[in-house]
Design a protein around this ligand. Structure first.
Ligand code: PEP
Ligand code: MG
Length: 578
């Protein structure tokens, strides 16, 4: 039995067999195939080589067109490697005689090849980078194939991976994937967000879980404590089964709160909304007692398939959500592509610093056809329900004005075409960059509402990559600087009568509820499975207590003091949750 500690990002416990996804840039573990399957494995290899060849020819021709023939010719070496018969024979030999997977054969043979280059004179040793590059290209194809299989599982599994791309997460077979254990990532990485949305236990930041486990091993994932247990003994399994039983009872108890209001003991009503990534989640918002959709992350439409969604694809997705919501509010956030989502995978030259790069609204301004297509669909759908629009990652007033101008322009186009749209659709912005938070009084004069995106606000205020497990302990909502920005935004909203919602992951953590309500927040949008527990916390507290807590928190200088004080306070009113 091995116990691995990571970061618990989605609560719950699951005991199940593992599927391991290999990582493209990491060690490919030695896996064996049954002898009769060598032929199939060689077919996979040949397909991957053919696909890589096609990709390289396209890359060479495009590069030659843009940067000249000589630059394009650097890919000729890669193509020559792929056509090298002796190399192909070595791959085949390994698969046939040693019964290993195609991935393992490619990795071993090319690593040997790279070592040979390293012994050569310096100008040839440089070529080793090309060998690594071609290795990655072939592996990406091979691993890509096995990754796609995650969409078509026949039995329940937990998935162990070095990392998952947003597209993989978006395409997971939600009926059979019972848990996730990931080497990389932090609390607010997309994998963590989707796991929470789907209500499956998940632990991230495990560093090397993928090399410690073989496919088929029995695994316990404990999302509450951030622990993964490999090949547990019988006593450990029994202990976790008992915990699971208690969880089920607690969930049933919470489900009974579904139709009750989220009202504090001294009579203040709080609005709890749901965050969604896929239209299919809308029903779960209602099932968990949410009063509407406070954040629809529409970029997931792009992550679910290879081709760009059409205006009709957008429109159908939005209509589906609006229909399920039956007149309740639906806040559609415009595309937040970029950083780790979509654009890096689709760009020839990835950005050096994508979280500070061409992401989100900036990407939309440079790809106006994509932005306008989405706005047309949102505006058309706005006729069907209580729809509002919000723009992500606004950092300057000029950006907001530009976004609103484009929206107005699209409205006029639709009007001219005779398409009915709501001219007064409420327009809001995400508050997720310190520059915007610091200017919240100015912004409040130009929008109908704010939505505080604490995931990015924390990342940009504390200079901590939200997806990097190595700095995950530094990522905290309790930093006094983050709290001061949140307070400023809430105050500006109150002063200018602009609604304020908080839709980052901080809102779903009951530890922060006293503080947030004490600061004056009255609307939260969280992953649907979290709504019942949050409602229970709200129904157990008073605003008077919350205000006292907020005042006291303002006297601390460190996040550690704040976290321990908040934990202590919520435990006093809700001991059963801890
Ligand atoms: C946020 O940044 O807090 C947020 C809600 O948006 P996302 O997690 O999609 O970046
Ligand atoms: Mg964000």
């Amino acid at each position: 039995m091995k116990i691995k500690k990571g970061i618990g990002v989605s609560p719950g416990v699951v005991i199940c067999q593992a599927v391991v996804l290999d990582a493209e840039e990491y060690r490919i573990p030695e896996r064996h195939i049954s002898a009769g399957l060598a032929g199939e494995e060689i077919d996979r290899l040949e397909n991957a080589l053919a696909g890589s060849r096609e990709e390289l020819i396209e890359l060479r021709d495009n590069t030659a067109k843009r940067l000249g023939k000589e630059t394009g010719a650097i890919f000729d070496f890669h193509l020559a490697l792929l056509d090298d018969k002796s190399l192909l024979e070595k791959f085949r030999g390994k698969i046939e005689h040693e019964s290993v997977t195609a991935e393992f054969a490619v990795a071993v043979v090319l690593r040997e090849y790279a070592r040979e280059f390293l012994q050569m004179p310096e100008y040839l040793a440089e070529r080793v980078k090309d060998v690594y590059d071609i290795e990655k290209r072939i592996l990406r194809r091979l691993i890509g194939q096995s990754r796609e299989d995650l969409g078509h599982l026949t039995e329940d599994v937990v998935v162990l991976a070095h990392d998952m791309t947003p597209s993989q997460t978006a395409n997971m077979d939600r009926d059979h994937i019972m848990g996730l254990a990931i080497d990389a990532g932090g609390r607010t990485s997309h994998t963590a967000i989707v796991a929470r949305a789907l209500g499956i236990p998940a632990v991230v930041g495990l560093n090397d879980i993928t090399v410690s486990v073989d496919a088929g091993d029995m695994i316990i994932i404990d999302g509450n404590r951030g622990v993964v247990i490999v090949e547990p003994d019988e006593a450990t399994i029994q202990e976790h089964r008992r915990f699971l039983q208690r969880q089920v009872e607690f969930t049933h108890e919470l489900d009974r709160l579904r139709d009750l209001p989220a009202i504090t003991m001294d009579g203040h009503e709080i609005t709890l909304l749901g965050n969604i990534e896929f239209p299919s989640e809308a029903t779960n918002v209602l099932a968990k007692g949410g009063l509407g959709v406070g954040l629809y992350r529409t970029e997931f439409l792009y992550l679910e398939k290879e081709t760009e969604p059409t205006e009709e694809d957008h429109y159908q997705a939005y209509c589906k959500v609006i229909e399920v919501m039956e007149g309740r509010p639906v806040c559609i956030r415009t595309l937040d592509l970029g950083a780790d989502k979509y654009t890096q995978a689709h760009s020839l030259i990835p950005e050096r610093n994508p979280f500070l790069g061409l992401r989100s609204i900036r990407f939309c301004f440079q790809h106006l056809h994509i932005f306008r297509t989405q706005l047309r669909a949102v505006l058309r759908a706005s006729m069907k329900g209580d729809v509002s629009i919000m723009f992500p990652l606004i950092t300057t007033v000029m950006e907001l004005r530009q976004a609103k101008m484009i929206l107005r322009d699209v409205m006029e186009d639709l009007e001219e075409e005779g398409v009915e749209v709501r001219m007064d659709v409420p327009v809001g912005m995400m508050m997720e960059v310190p520059s915007a938070a610091l200017q919240s009084n100015q912004f409040a004069q130009e929008v109908d509402f704010f939505s505080i995106g604490t995931n990015d606000l924390i990342q940009y205020t504390l200079a901590v990559d939200r997806t990097n497990e190595r700095v995950a302990p530094l990522f905290t909502a309790a930093h006094p600087a983050v709290l001061r920005l949140i307070k400023d935004i809430i105050r500006a909203g109150q002063r200018h009568d602009v609604g304020v919602t908080l839709c980052g992951e901080m809102g779903g953590d009951p530890e922060y509820i006293l503080l947030l309500l004490g600061m004056g927040l009255r609307t939260l949008s969280v992953a649907p499975p979290i709504i019942p527990e949050l409602k229970k916390a709200i129904r157990s507290i008073t605003i008077e207590h919350a205000r006292r807590v907020a005042r006291h928190v303002a006297t601390f200088n460190t996040d550690k003091q704040i976290v321990s004080y908040l934990r202590d306070q919520i435990r006093q009113v809700m001991p059963e949750a801890y």
